[in-house]
Design a binder for this molecule. Structure first.
Ligand code: ADP
Ligand code: LRH
Length: 488
C-alpha cells in the first residue's frame, strides 16, 4: 500500500510517499519546501499557515500521481512547540519557535514553585529551557490575557491534523516531550500544572501513535483533488519516528538520531526515573509500540548548519559535502568543545562562538573553515562517547553497537569519528529514518504490518546500511580525557 508522510525538519519540510510491497519500503520524495522560522518584533515564530499551504501542495502532487492509491497521511516534526486555539477554534497567535529567547530564566522561576526533583519524578523528562512547560509559563508571564482566552493546546503536528481534519487530538510521543505529561499514570501531570498556575483544561486527550485522527475535510479534499483519506497520528515527534526505523535486530544498541540535534539513547520498556537519570539529565520520551526512549539531547549538526549559515551570509556558499571535505583535510584532534555549552544554543555567529570557547578553555583556536568544522564533528563524536558511558552505567549493561540514522549519516566523517570515539561498530542508515518511521506506523495503523519488530525487519530489508569499524582508538581515548574535563 501507499502512504504519505510529511516530515518537517529544521531546514526543510518534505512530502514523502512510501510504498510497501513484498515486505520492502520504497521512498519517493514528491515535494520539498522551506521551513524557516520567521522573526517579527515579538519573537521567532513558525509560519504555520504557509506550511499548511505547502503540505496541501504536497498532497495535491501525491494525489495527481497516485489518485486513490494513497491510503493515508501523517505529519511529524520536532517536539516541544505548540499552538493555542481560542473561541471557535481561532488560532490565537503564530506559534513560537523553541529557539526564541523568551523562555530564558523561566525554568529557574518554575523551580521556585515546584522543585526540579518533583518535576522530574512526575514527567521523567530532561530539563531543557525550551520545553513546552516553560514555553507555556512564558505565555502566562508575558501574555496572560491571550492565554486566558485559549481553549485548546495542540502540539504542532496535532495543529496540522486539526487543519486537515477539523479534529483536535493529542498524540503520546509528542505529549511526553512537553514535560507536562506523567508517563506512569498515562495522563497530563494535572497537579503539577495546577501548582504552576497553568490551565489544564486546554490539554487534549492523548492518543497512542498509530491512531486514525479522522478524514481530511471535504474542502481540503476538493482543493487537493484527493478522495477521502484518513489522517493518522504517527510517532508525531520526529525522533520517535526516527527511532521506530532504527534497523536494530536485538535490544542492546545505542542509537543516534542525527540531524539538527543528535538524540542519543536506547529503547526501554518502562521509563527510568531515578536520581541518576535526574542528575545526568536524561529523558524518557514516549516511543512507538509501548516503548520509551531513554536518551539525551546533544546539540548536533546545528553547529555545522549555523557555521554554514554564517559563512553564507558573508557571501561564501558552501555545501555540506564541501565543508566535510575541508574538515577531512584539517589536523585531527586539536581543540574540542562541549556541543551543549549554552553559548551554542543560538549564537549570532557560530564560528566565532566555537573559537571563543576554545580560546577561553586554553586550547588552540581553530582558524580555517576546515578546522572549525572538524572541531565540531570531533566534539560531537566525543559527546556521543560520553552519553554511551552514562547510558551503560544507568542500564548496567554494555551496548556493543551504535546505530546512526537521519540526514547526518550522510556525513561519513562524523560516522567514522563516532566509531573511533566510542570504540563501537557504527551501523549508519537510513538517511530518511524519520519519514520511514512515520510511514511504517501508518502501515501499522492500516493493519498492513503488525508491530515494531516487523517494521524494523522491513527497514533492514529496504535500505543499504553502511558499517564503520573503530579506528585510531588510542588518539580518541587521549582526547576524551581532555573532553571529559570540559563537560563536567
Ligand atoms: P533535521 O533534524 O533538521 O530533520 P536532517 O535529518 O535532515 O535534519 O539532517 C540534516 C543534516 O544532515 C544537515 O544539517 C547536514 O549537516 C547533514 N547533511 C545533509 N546532507 C549532507 C551531506 N551531503 N554531507 C554531509 N552532511 C550532510
Ligand atoms: C529533534 C527534536 C528533539 C527535540 C528538539 C526540539 O528534531 O525533536 O527530539 O528535543 O527537536
Amino acid at each position: 500500500m501507499r502512504y504519505l508522510a510529511f516530515d518537517l525538519g529544521a531546514e526543510s519540510g518534505r512530502a514523502i510517499i512510501g510504498t510497501l510491497a513484498d515486505a520492502r519500503l520504497t521512498l519517493e520524495e514528491i515535494y520539498r519546501f522551506p521551513n524557516e522560522p520567521v522573526r517579527i518584533p515579538d519573537g521567532l515564530h513558525w509560519d504555520v499557515l504557509r506550511l499548511f499551504h505547502e503540505m496541501k501542495e504536497g498532497l495535491r502532487r501525491a494525489a495527481a500521481r497516485y489518485g486513490t492509491g494513497l491510503k493515508s497521511l501523517a505529519v511529524d516534526t520536532w517536539g516541544v512547540d505548540f499552538g493555542l486555539l481560542g473561541d471557535k477554534d481561532i488560532l490565537l497567535a503564530n506559534p513560537y519557535h523553541y529557539r526564541d529567547g523568551r523562555t530564558r530564566g523561566v525554568m529557574e522561576e518554575a523551580f521556585k514553585i515546584v522543585q526540579r526533583e518533583e518535576i522530574f519524578s512526575q514527567t521523567g523528562i530532561q530539563f531543557l529551557p525550551f520545553n513546552s512547560l516553560y514555553q507555556l509559563l512564558a505565555w502566562r508571564q508575558q501574555h496572560p490575557d491571550l492565554l486566558s482566552q485559549a481553549q485548546a493546546f495542540l502540539m504542532i503536528p496535532d495543529l496540522f491534523n486539526f487543519f486537515f481534519t477539523g479534529i483536535k487530538a493529542g498524540e503520546f510521543t509528542n505529549a511526553t516531550t512537553t514535560q507536562m505529561y506523567n508517563p506512569r499514570t498515562g495522563a497530563w501531570a494535572a497537579d503539577m500544572l495546577a501548582k504552576l498556575g497553568l490551565p489544564v483544561n486546554l490539554l487534549p486527550a492523548v492518543n497512542p501513535p498509530g491512531t486514525i485522527v479522522g478524514q481530511i475535510l471535504p474542502r481540503v479534499a476538493r482543493e487537493t483533488g484527493t478522495g477521502e483519506i484518513p489522517v493518522i497520528a504517527p510517532g508525531s515527534h520526529d525522533t520517535a519516528s526516527a527511532v521506530a526505523a532504527v534497523p536494530a535486530a536485538g535490544p542492546d544498541y545505542m542509537y543516534i538520531s542525527c540531524g539538527t540535534w543528535s538524540l542519543v539513547g536506547t529503547e526501554v520498556r518502562e521509563p527510568v526515573i531515578n536520581e541518576q537519570t535526574l542528575s545526568l539529565n536524561f529523558t524518557n520520551e514516549g516511543g512507538v509500540g509501548g516503548t520509551f526512549r531513554l536518551l539525551k539531547n546533544v546539540t548536533g549538526l546545528w553547529l555545522v548548519q549555523e557555521c554554514r549559515r554564517t559563512w553564507a551570509r558573508r557571501g561564501e556558499n558552501l555545501s555540506y559535502s564541501e565543508l566535510t571535505a575541508m574538515a577531512r583535510e584539517a589536523k585531527p584532534l586539536e581543540a574540542v568543545v562541549d556541543p551543549d555549552h549554552p553559548s551554542f544554543l543560538n549564537p549570532e555567529d557560530m564560528p566565532a562562538a566555537i573559537q571563543a570557547y576554545c580560546r577561553e578553555t586554553g586550547q588552540p583556536v581553530p582558524g580555517t573553515k576546515g578546522e572549525i568544522v572538524r572541531c565540531a564533528l570531533e566534539s560531537l563524536a566525543l559527546k556521543y562517547r560520553w552519553v554511551l558511558e552514562k547510558l551503560e552505567d544507568i542500564l548496567g549493561k554494555k551496548l556493543p553497537v551504535v546505530h546512526m540514522v537521519g540526514g547526518g549519516t550522510q556525513n561519513e566523517l562524523l560516522c567514522r569519528f563516532t566509531a573511533g570515539a566510542t570504540g563501537r561498530q557504527v551501523v549508519a542508515g537510513p538517511v530518511e529514518a524519520t519519514a520511514a518511521g512515520n510511514l511504517l506506523v501508518q502501515a501499522m495503523a492500516m493493519g498492513e504490518i503488525k508491530n515494531l519488530v516487523e517494521a524494523r525487519e522491513i527497514v533492514r530489508r529496504s535500505f543499504v546500511l553502511k558499517t564503520y569499524d573503530p579506528e585510531n582508538t588510542g588518539a580518541w581515548e587521549e582526547k576524551y580525557e581532555v573532553f571529559v574535563k570540559l563537560v563536567s
